[in-house]
Design a protein around this ligand. Structure first.
Ligand code: TXA
Ligand code: MG
Length: 313
């Protein structure tokens, strides 16, 4: 943690653990440091970043307005996998918000990162620590595989417990709107907010560009849908894999299949999804078939990731 503090104070970019996925962090108040994040990720500057901190009080200093309904969500779920989008003050540099008049903020729930944040006198801008458009990292090893040679340090906090990104709720228009499904299920959100609008898929000039259809894509051809009878033959079968909740597909090689949760626990499935996509992608498969999970709890957020991974196919 002390090494991370030192590097971040020098304006360097450091990978940090959170309960959702690893982040690629820099001083949010230092525009040059933030530019480095975009360069390392190869991320377009129109895609804004989430600002991470350890206290609600600090956030109050950066936003124009913190509506009661947003505070209720913060009290219910922070620290945790929830991001709130609120109208920003000038203290937050435009590079962080891609020129948007709002800022996305979150208090992550990871002991190392909370310790780190408490030792800094600035918040951390951090997107997921993957090259733009690829699967988010849920271990330090995943970060090292793809970005290890581009960053000076990875703070290793073990595997991410939640395993999918935070749920994003925007208060840009006053009414709460879900922009991204994530670690807090819709059911849990609605226990606090009542019925809530969901507005995913912002494709052109998007509100939440991370919602682009083709996100989370592995290299193999990825297909999302119910897996049926064997339709693939010959050597292609060797290069075919499957991701299911618990079902074993009789015609696909055992070593090319991943069951996300043998007990059909959707939280466990969410914590395994990105690692599963990486493992199968590393096996050099040509085709990965993925079956939808039940459309409830975190299953809905996992299905959203799988659908986007399969977008081109
Ligand atoms: O769980 C998470 O949220 C992880 C960890 C590291 O905190 N972070 C993460 O960041 O997933 P990223 O950059 O991969 O996704 C952030 C999403 C993007 O889709 C971005 O467009 C959206 O948040 N976003 C950021 N600021 C926004 C804003 N002002 N208005 C609307 N959407 C915003
Ligand atoms: Mg991301």
């Amino acid at each position: 943690v002390n090494k991370a503090v030192e590097l971040l104070q020098q304006g360097k970019v450091v990978a940090i653990p959170t309960e959702t996925v690893y982040g690629l962090a820099a001083n949010a108040f230092n525009p040059e440091a933030v530019v480095t994040i975009f360069k390392i990720k190869d991320r377009p500057f129109f895609d804004p970043l989430i600002v991470h901190t350890d206290s609600l009080q600090k956030i109050e200093g950066w936003v124009q307005d913190f509506p009661e309904s947003a505070k209720k969500l913060a009290e219910a779920f922070w620290p945790g996998p929830l991001t709130l989008v609120l109208p920003k003050k000038e203290t937050i540099p435009d590079i962080v918000t891609a020129g948007n008049p709002t800022v996305a903020v979150r208090i992550p729930n990871h002991p190392l990162t909370l310790d780190l944040l408490s030792k800094l006198d600035f918040p951390l801008a951090a997107p997921s620590a993957n090259p733009f458009g690829y699967v988010s990292p849920t271990t330090a090893g995943h970060v090292d595989d793809q970005l290890g040679n581009k960053i000076p340090y990875i703070l290793n906090g073990g595997p991410c417990k939640v395993g999918i990104e935070s749920t994003i709720v925007s208060f840009a228009s006053g009414q709460p709107t879900v922009l991204r499904l994530g670690g807090i299920s819709l059911e849990r959100l609605q226990e606090v907010t009542g019925p809530i609008e969901v507005q995913l898929h912002q494709n052109s000039n998007p509100l939440a560009p991370g919602q682009m259809d083709s996100h989370y894509a592995p290299r193999a051809t990825f297909v999302f849908g119910q897996i049926g009878e064997q339709t693939i033959v010959n050597e292609n079968l060797l290069y075919t894999g499957a991701i299911t909740l618990s079902r074993v597909i009789p015609w696909i090689a055992e070593e090319n299949q991943i069951q996300l949760s043998k007990n059909e626990n959707l939280d466990e499935a969410a914590s395994n999804i990105f690692a599963a996509m990486r493992i199968l992608d590393k096996r050099g498969l040509r085709l990965i078939l993925a079956e939808p999970l039940p459309d409830k709890g975190l299953g809905r957020a996992v299905n959203d990731r799988l659908r986007r991974a399969a977008h081109k196919n």
